[in-house]
Write a protein that binds this ligand. Structure first.
Ligand SMILES: *Cc1c(COP(=O)(O)O)cnc(C)c1O
Length: 393
C-alpha cells in the first residue's frame, strides 16, 4: 500500500454505499428505498420451482440488498449477514473441525476472547499471541493451524497489526485462512481483502450501522468455494438477522462515508486534547505520533475512526468520578454510534477477560475507552475537560 493513500477515501465508496445492491428495477413497484420484506415464505411456481426465494432464513430480499452493498464496500465478492458480530465470528469458526488449530491474539474484543476460550470443548486448539510482534506471531503456527484471527486496531488497546505481514507469514507456514475483524477501522479506512486477507468480519452493530439501534454482523470473502461453504452454514446454523434490522443497517450505510470523516476529525481532536492534559497519563490513538505503530497505521489505513483510549492519573475512584461527571459522553458499552460513549473496560466490556491477561495487556482501573461521536468538537472537549477537573485534583 502506497503511503500517499492515507487521507484519501477508497474510490467510489460513498457512491457504492448509496447505490450498490439498491437498484429500484429489482422491485415491481420500482421502490427507490428497498422494502422491508417480512414474509417468511414465498410462493413457488410448482413444487421445488421457485421465483428465487423459498424461505427467509435461506434468503430474503431486504437482506440480499444489504449483503450486496456490504460486499462492494469491503471490495469483496460475497457478504453474509448474521444476527450479531459474534454470530459472524461463529460462522467463520464453523469452517474448522475438531483437531484444527487457530492462531489468534492476546489483545481481542472481550466477547471474542470469551468465545474462543470455549473452543477447547469442541476439540479446537487455540493459541493467543502478541501479533504486533510479527516474529513471535510466526512461532505460534502448528501443523494443524487452519485459521488466523486478527483484530486491528485492537479493542481497547488500539494496537495496530501489520495485515500484509500476517498474510505473508501465514502463507509461508500453513494453508490457513486469514480472518480480520475490521470493526474498529471499518472498510471506510481499511480493506483487509485488498491486503491479502481471506475473510473480513465486522460487528455492524458499531460504525457500519452507526446509530446504535441494531445488533448485526457480517462476513465478507472473495473466494467462491469459501463463500459457498459459509452460505451453507448461514442457512444450516440459522442465526440470521431480521429483515427490519437489515433495513436499518442498509440505511445506516448510506451515510457511512459522511459519518466516518467526522468520527475521524472529532477522535483526533479529542486524542490531541487529552494528550496535552496534565490529568492524563497516556493516550492511545493510532493517529498520534506517540503511538508505537503510527507509521504502520498510516501505511495500512486511510484514516482513523473515533476510538480513543486514555489512562487517567489515579485509580478506580478517579475513573468512576470521571465517568459520573461526563455530561455529553454517556457511560455505556458499545461504540461506533453517532453519540459519544465512555466506558471502563476492566469492569465493563473486558470483564470476561481473565484478570492476569488483562493486567498483562495493561487493561487497568484507570483505563477509559471513548467512542467519540458526531457532536461538535468544542462541546466534546469542554465536557472531557470539566469531568477531568472534577474527578482528578
Ligand atoms: C462488538 C464487537 C464484536 C462483537 O459484535 P456483536 O455485534 O456485539 O456481537 C466483535 N469485535 C469487535 C471488535 C467488537 O467491537
Amino acid at each position: 500500500m502506497a503511503k500517499e493513500n492515507f487521507g484519501k477515501p477508497f474510490s467510489h465508496f460513498g457512491t457504492n454505499a448509496i447505490h450498490a445492491g439498491q437498484d429500484p428495477d429489482q422491485w415491481n413497484a420500482r421502490m427507490v428505498v428497498p422494502p422491508i420484506t417480512m414474509s417468511t415464505t414465498y410462493k413457488q411456481k410448482g413444487p421445488g420451482e421457485t421465483y428465487g426465494f423459498d424461505y427467509s432464513r435461506s434468503g430474503n430480499p431486504t437482506r440480499n440488498c444489504l449483503e450486496a452493498c456490504i460486499a462492494s464496500l469491503e471490495n469483496g465478492k460475497h457478504a453474509l449477514c448474521m444476527a450479531s458480530g459474534l454470530a459472524a465470528t461463529d460462522l467463520v469458526v464453523r469452517l474448522l473441525k475438531a483437531g484444527d488449530h487457530i492462531v489468534s491474539m492476546n489483545d481481542l474484543y472481550g466477547g471474542t476472547n470469551r468465545y474462543f476460550r470455549t473452543m477447547k470443548q469442541f476439540g479446537i486448539d487455540i493459541t493467543f499471541v502478541d501479533a504486533t510482534d510479527i516474529n513471535k506471531f510466526g512461532t505460534a503456527f502448528q501443523d494443524n493451524t487452519k485459521l488466523v484471527w486478527i483484530e486491528t486496531p485492537t479493542n481497547p488497546m488500539l494496537n495496530v497489526v501489520d495485515i500484509e505481514a500476517v498474510v505473508k507469514i501465514t502463507k509461508e507456514k500453513s494453508n490457513a485462512l486469514v480472518a480480520i475483524d475490521n470493526t474498529f477501522a471499518t472498510c471506510y479506512f481499511q480493506r483487509p481483502l485488498e491486503l491479502g486477507a481471506d475473510i473480513v468480519v465486522n460487528s455492524m452493530t458499531k460504525y457500519m450501522n452507526g446509530h446504535s439501534d441494531a445488533v448485526m454482523g457480517c462476513v465478507v470473502v472473495r473466494d467462491d468455494k469459501v463463500a459457498e461453504r459459509l452460505r451453507f452454514l448461514q442457512n444450516a446454523c440459522g442465526a440470521v438477522p431480521s429483515p427490519f434490522d437489515c433495513f436499518l443497517v442498509n440505511r445506516g450505510l448510506k451515510t457511512m462515508h459522511v459519518r466516518m470523516k467526522q468520527h475521524m476529525s472529532n477522535g483526533l481532536a479529542v486524542a490531541r486534547f487529552l494528550e496535552k492534559n496534565p490529568r492524563v497519563v497516556k493516550v492511545l490513538h493510532p493517529g498520534l505520533e506517540s503511538h508505537p505503530q503510527h507509521l504502520l497505521a498510516k501505511r495500512q489505513t486511510r484514516g482513523f475512526s473515533g476510538m480513543v483510549t486514555v489512562y487517567l492519573k489515579g485509580g478506580i475512584e478517579e475513573s468512576r468520578k470521571f465517568l459520573q461527571n461526563l455530561k455529553l459522553f454517556t457511560t455505556a458499552e458499545s461504540l461506533g454510534g453517532y453519540e459519544s460513549l465512555a466506558e471502563l473496560p476492566a469492569i465493563m466490556t473486558h470483564a470476561s477477560v481473565p484478570k492476569d491477561q488483562r493486567e498483562e495487556l495493561g487493561i487497568g482501573d484507570n483505563l477509559i475507552r471513548l467512542s467519540v461521536g458526531l457532536e461538535e468538537e468544542d462541546d466534546l472537549i469542554a465536557d472531557l475537560d470539566q469531568a477531568l477537573k472534577t474527578a482528578i485534583q
